[in-house]
Design a protein around this ligand. Structure first.
Ligand code: PRP
Length: 208
């Protein structure tokens, strides 16, 4: 049996329909039903749903053979897994954003609020800018409004959250999309099963 870790939440809904369109028997995670594990009727595949940032932990440690995770998580945490396919969904951007009237003139250490400390710190190191990272766990957009930070490094998908909080994109750091990842040992020993699933999804992507 192949164990597949899937993300709950916004990215998840796109992923489940992509997998179904590829011919896999993948249900939606149902808010009314708290069951987090599902076995396909032929017992060849077991899906389970976890927090998006935990998918790569399950896959890295072999509790899942494969999984779907945003490129943001792979760049931020660098899990020891194989990235085997870009699913072309969950497309968004990692950006620096800030208040419309904020301009970084470099006269003092820049205060950056983010969930993605490593991405933020690597980006600012690459441009030689000193920063103070303020690590938050969500609702990052509030930080510059309340003066906790000058800018944020965060994910933008539709741009609605930035717009509604009077913030704007200052710099795009990288494009993001959902990736299929595999545990390194599973990729060796369950290669037939993994390749079969990967090819089904690839076929579906090519038909889009
Ligand atoms: C993400 C991200 C932004 C928002 C961007 O937050 O951190 O806040 O989505 O999406 P938009 O451009 O379509 O408005 P998420 O919903 O994951 O919640 P969070 O506040 O817990 O990070």
């Amino acid at each position: 049996m192949l164990n597949i870790a899937l993300p709950k939440g916004r990215l998840g809904d796109n992923v489940y329909s992509k997998l179904r369109a590829s011919g896999l028997e993948c249900p939606d995670v149902d808010d009314n039903n708290r069951k987090l594990i599902f076995e396909s009727s032929d017992k060849t595949v077991r899906f389970f749903w976890v927090k998006p940032s935990d998918v790569s932990i399950y896959v890295e440690r072999g509790a899942a053979d494969i999984g779907v995770v945003g490129k943001d998580i792979l760049v931020e945490y660098e899990p020891n897994v194989y990235e085997i396919l870009d699913l072309g969904i969950g497309k968004c951007r990692m950006v620096v954003a800030g208040p419309k009237d904020f301009y970084d003139n470099g006269d003092r250490t820049l205060r950056v609020a983010t969930k993605f400390s490593s991405i933020a710190s690597n980006y600012y190191t690459s441009i030689g800018r000193d920063i103070d990272i303020i690590k938050l766990n969500g609702s990052i957009e509030i930080a510059p409004i309340l003066g906790l930070s000058d800018v944020i490094v965060d994910i933008v998908e539709t741009g609605t959250t930035l717009r509604e909080n009077n913030l704007e994109i200052k710099t795009v750091i990288m494009p993001i999309s959902a990736r299929l990842i595999a545990n390194k040992t599973s990729f060796k020993f369950k290669d037939d099963e993994i390749n079969k699933i990967m090819n089904k999804i690839k076929g579906q992507i090519n038909n889009d």
